[in-house]
Design a protein around this ligand. Structure first.
Ligand code: NAD
Ligand code: MG
Length: 337
């Protein structure tokens, strides 16, 4: 009986949350169309309270096997599919985004394409359904899309990935190293060497291999953007190995920036707080944590990937020419940098 009640109320929540998301997105789309018609610009959004723009916890309990699919999440994350409108800020750019199939990387891919960039996305073969949607959206924006499935824990694949991105795009001037592995372990005693190695290879080694392969192709004016985390500054007790890699990414960003300015390449990172993505429902959070996800930050809800994409756009644009060696945060009022 209790279970029935719980599942009924969860179903209601799912419906409400989904409806809320659709309403918010639709409201913005309508308002943007009106504004675009009256002013001829595409960057105006209606004034809105950020607390009520998107679904708030509690969320329906859900878990997926790693790496998780955005298409199977409830509510579906908003990656800007119906809302992001570009203004040509990245016209003619050529971007490689790892983990571009879902979550934060997908939101960046959609935004980049709508800003005029050709985009290559890397992802795991198991994520083909998510990746297909992104490829379709990039092509619908009139841009070139390159799909690069494979496992970045392998050095040879990382090299091939960059070569295929360069040949498919006809060059490379934006690298977003964003793919990440995160699993929860309550004690260090539970972290196997295999798990530790998996996290380090995905989050650090692959970042290093892909960056090293990419730099010789990147002309002055290019931008490299990493995805760090609030965990770099405030490590979660149950994500020791993950948090460590995210701190290393922030450090690597600053070190590499000082080196790469000799080539005219800017290097920055983004440090997200809690975002509603597949990463969070595929082995990281307990069921209870998923239901309450995002509750702990002042905004009282998780971010949607669409809400962080503009930071990736900003860091890639030539207008940010003086910005290098920085870590930009977006965490609903929490987190450091
Ligand atoms: P996500 O699961 O949607 O994206 C992560 C992507 O990493 C996957 O889609 C997958 O394509 C890629 N990936 C993982 N292992 C791989 C491998 N071995 N080979 C190839 N690709 C692989 O989740 P997300 O939250 O959008 O994650 C993107 C980045 O954001 C990650 O680096 C994550 O650590 C970081 N981040 C996320 C949050 C959050 O709350 N969601 C918070 C802070 C930082
Ligand atoms: Mg994915």
């Amino acid at each position: 009986m209790a279970d029935d009640t719980a599942s009924t109320s969860r179903r209601r929540l799912m419906q409400d949350a989904t409806a809320g998301l659709v309403t918010a997105v639709a409201a913005r789309a309508v308002a943007q169309t009106d504004t675009a018609n009256s002013t001829g610009t595409a960057d105006a959004s209606p004034l809105a309270d950020p607390r009520s723009l998107y679904p708030r916890p509690p969320f329906p309990a859900q878990q997926q096997p790693w790496p998780g699919l955005a298409g199977r999440m409830t509510p579906r994350p908003d990656h800007g599919e119906t809302s992001y409108r570009g203004t040509g800020r990245l016209n003619g750019r050529k971007a490689l985004i790892t983990g571009g199939d879902s979550g934060i990387g997908r939101a960046a891919a959609i935004a980049y394409a709508r800003e005029g960039a050709d985009v290559a996305i890397s992802y795991l073969p198991a994520e083909e359904p998510d990746a297909r949607e992104v490829i379709h959206i990039i092509r619908s924006a009139g841009r070139k899309a390159v799909a690069l499935p494979g496992d970045i824990r392998d050095e040879a694949f990382c090299k091939a990935l960059v070569e295929q991105a360069v040949s498919g795009l006809g060059g490379l001037d934006i690298l977003v190293s964003n793919a990440g592995r995160q699993q929860s372990h309550n004690s260090i005693l539970d972290i196997t060497t295999e798990q530790f190695d998996w996290t380090a290879r995905t989050n650090l080694y692959a970042m290093f291999w892909i960056t090293r392969a990419a730099i010789p192709h990147m002309p002055p004016g290019s931008a490299i953007i990493y995805t760090s985390s609030v965990n770099a500054y405030e490590p979660s007790a149950n994500r020791l190995d993950y948090a460590m890699t995210k701190a290393a990414i922030a450090n690597f960003t600053k070190g590499l920036a000082t080196q790469m300015i000799s080539r005219g390449i800017r290097v920055n990172a983004v440090a997200p707080g809690p975002f509603w993505t597949g990463l969070q429902v595929s082995g990281v959070q307990t069921t209870e944590n998923v239901e309450r996800f995002g509750e702990q930050v002042p905004m009282g809800r998780p971010g949607q990937p669409a809400e962080i994409a503009p930071v990736y756009v900003q860091l890639a644009t030539p207008q940010a020419s003086y910005v290098t060696g920085q870590v930009y945060g977006a965490a609903g009022g929490a987190g450091q940098p």
